[in-house]
Design a protein around this ligand. Structure first.
Ligand SMILES: Nc1ncnc2c1ncn2[C@@H]1O[C@H](COP(=O)(O)OP(=O)(O)OP(=O)(O)O)[C@@H](O)[C@H]1O
Ligand SMILES: Nc1ncnc2c1ncn2[C@@H]1O[C@H](COP(=O)(O)OP(=O)(O)OP(=O)(O)O)[C@@H](O)[C@H]1O
Ligand SMILES: [Mg+2]
Ligand SMILES: [Mg+2]
Lengths: 256, 256
């Protein structure tokens, strides 16, 4: 098994971290052994799961730059079947440090080889950029899941992201697939929110997940308690939607 | 005059572009000659003002890399007293191209010298990152205005951003001030939104603007029409709040 899925979109604030945390937690709840990797120096996935980024000793940074073993960076979370490789502020410097390193685009792909088959799923939360760390993530990933906020600006950047992915597929990682486009923060009461969903479904048809993630207060509260929404309020629309997403992902991958 | 204000925060989706567009438009409405510079390759400010980023001939990129004159990149907008330097997808490559250039951190500061006194205010919209382009912006700016979404994750990153600014003040631009912290997308009905505002006001006291920008549907609709919210719906809470922000900024700078 061991499918590696990058959660990426260079547009900021579209729900990458929220999706990484809650999709991973839902997969673990369905008893799939899941690893989540925080590759963003902001370390929101790390703190959103209750860890203190300032206390992190080893992150994916040490594996890429210093060749540390990935196994030594994996932390258990309070949730069964859910494991984390935390982030660290050092990641900010990684891009410049890696400029002169041999094989700089493939350091993460190399590092993850030893753990790929220890898990059913590995999700990687990305920063809102198109730098060397994200190139590393795209080379390490089997597929990329693209969260898109139901807003005008988020729609605008989608075309650019898809052409960037084509370049990566052509030059660096020909096996990279698109796992799907996930519509997030949908508000069915707002005309422009519904319009964006319609436009994206028309343009991208079955690349778009059926599951729509609603704007939901429980989702935005959960990180301040350091837990996924499924642990904060299991019955909320937010929890149900991410569990549905996990099930749809399994169906699309013909698992179970 | 000619105050250069960077609108920056490495956290994504906090309202940088929305603030750059609507604060600039409000200043222009108050008859201050205003220039807005889009330094983000996503070019959301450019399209949010009705320009097609694919048709842009010259951006701030050409000034920083090829030494083009900034005056030649300035475009008039349909709004009196509001001018734009658009963005271009080439900006994505700028960071790597500038690595070997002399004085690479000060290219934007150099470029803006010739136009600084042609305007009362120059606002620069930044991408959600801490790379070389944003370092250039911080060196060119007199001050930095920090939009912070009324959400837990946005609050988390604020400490890191302020310590980054201290490093820039120490090493690169000792004159860089903090113009203020602007709370955005505030929803008074939500407990956690009010809690974030309270926490930030307690920690940062008068660094925080009095003006709170509410979550407002007219603000998120306006970009799809290519106009600032003041032109989309002048009477909306969104328009009024950004006009109040412009007035507060003038008061804080003891102008008028
Ligand atoms: N479905 C939702 N309902 C309500 N709030 C949400 C939802 N999804 C995300 N949020 C909130 O919106 C904000 C942005 O989401 P998030 O931080 O996950 O985006 P991101 O793409 O990871 O941002 P960045 O580009 O900075 O990495 C967060 O404060 C989050 O709590
Ligand atoms: N006060 C508001 N009320 C409602 N929607 C808003 C408000 N401010 C911003 N938005 C919407 O939220 C989204 C994020 O805002 P915006 O794109 O301005 O953030 P940003 O910080 O520039 O993002 P990036 O980090 O990608 O540059 C946009 O779709 C915008 O229209
Ligand atoms: Mg994130
Ligand atoms: Mg922006």
């Amino acid at each position: 098994m061991g499918k590696i899925i990058a959660i990426a979109n260079q547009k900021g604030g579209v729900g990458k971290t929220t999706t990484a945390i809650n999709l991973s937690a839902s997969m673990a709840a369905l008893e799939y052994k899941t690893l989540i990797i925080d590759s963003d120096p902001q370390a929101n996935t790390t703190s959103g799961l209750g860890f203190d980024p300032h206390k992190v000793q080893k992150s994916i940074y040490e594996c890429m730059i210093n060749g540390f073993s990935v196994k030594d960076t994996i932390q258990e979370t309070q949730f069964e079947d859910l494991y984390l490789i935390p982030s660290h502020i050092n990641l900010v410097g990684a891009e410049l440090e890696m400029i002169d390193i041999k094989n700089r685009e493939y350091r993460m792909q190399e590092a993850l080889k030893e753990v790929k088959n220890m898990f059913d799923f590995i999700f990687i939360d990305c920063s809102p950029s198109l730098g060397l760390i994200n190139v590393n993530v795209m080379n390490a990933a089997d597929s990329i899941l693209i969260p898109v906020q139901c807003e005008y600006f988020a729609m605008e950047g989608l075309g650019k992201l898809l052409s960037t992915i084509k370049i990566v597929q052509g030059k660096l990682n020909k096996n990279l697939q698109i796992e799907g486009i996930l519509m997030t923060m949908h508000d069915s009461r707002l005309l422009h929110s519904n319009q964006v969903v319609q436009d994206i479904r028309t343009h991208f048809a079955d690349m778009v997940f059926e599951t729509l993630i609603p704007r939901n207060i429980r989702i935005s509260e959960a990180p301040s308690f350091g837990v996924p929404v499924i642990a904060h309020d299991e019955k909320s629309k937010g929890s149900v939607s991410y569990l549905n997403l996990a099930k749809e992902l399994l169906k699309r991958n013909k698992i179970k």
